[in-house]
Ligand binder design. Sequence first.
Ligand code: NAP
Length: 283
Amino acid sequence: MRGGKKVNVLALIGCPVAHSKSPRMFNTAFQDTQLPYVYLAHHVEPHQLERAVNGLKTLGYEGFNVTIPYKEAMMNLVDELDESAQVIGAINTVVHREGKWIGYNTDGAGYLRSLRESIAIDLNHCKVVMIGAGGAARAVGYALCTHGIQHLTIVNRTVKKANELANQLASRGQTNFLALADAEEVIAQADLIINTTSVGMHPHTKQSPIPIDWIGAHHIVSDLVYNPLHTALLQGAEKKGAKIHTGDGMLLYQAAIAWELWTSRPAPIPVMKKALEQANSYT
Ligand code: NAP
């Protein structure tokens, strides 16, 4: 209780969670908006996951975020799945509503909102090449296909995984797949190139998922990696005159969408953004 009023409790569960910027970002935003919520972080060991989730439910939490390594396992621990979680096959946000625990995945929608905020883009006429076919690619691919892009080509080091993802998304949009090594021509013809692989992430910051020579001034180049923000891919793209889109926006907007699901109010984006930037400067 805070001043006699009920305080709603939210949390992040994962293993590890100590590095997470989510508690700082959410709590700063709840203080700013004076909404009666508090956001905690719980480190949960793998063998304790089910007990921990039951504990949150018993203690009357309003919802929680789920991070590595439990996004897939969480699918079996909720009462209902939103379409986003169902298609992506992973949950990052759980909402307690009318006695039911509902699993969502806000990563894809968060990515799309971030892209649109950052760059004027007409997705309906957009040919997209997405590099990578892992968890983040499933979320971004789902969001792109449900928002009517013209065409999505998935390229991946392991071509079998690109094939599987392209097939999975084919009912929602026009998709095909290629091996990364064969992608030069299709990339030349694309409007938007998205890196969803971990290539370029700290400590391998000099690596790029594709040769910079494949990029031209007509491209928009987007990178999900946020450590560092200006990856070798984005630095190279900028030098080629391409527009760039960094990975911090997805981090912010997937959280903003979770906020909106929990509180049914618009998220205070500038406050959350500033808190995230300040948290980054502490690491
Ligand atoms: P994941 O499921 O493990 O998938 C990794 C992907 O990277 C696979 O497609 C893998 O290809 C590819 N890959 C890894 N090393 C490679 C290499 N040396 N050369 C070529 N391809 C390589 O990981 P994830 O969860 O999708 O995350 C991927 C990245 O997205 C991470 O950097 C993560 O931090 C970032 N991310 C950012 C946000 C955000 O909010 N900005 C959100 C989620 C994820 P194979 O299939 O061939 O192994």
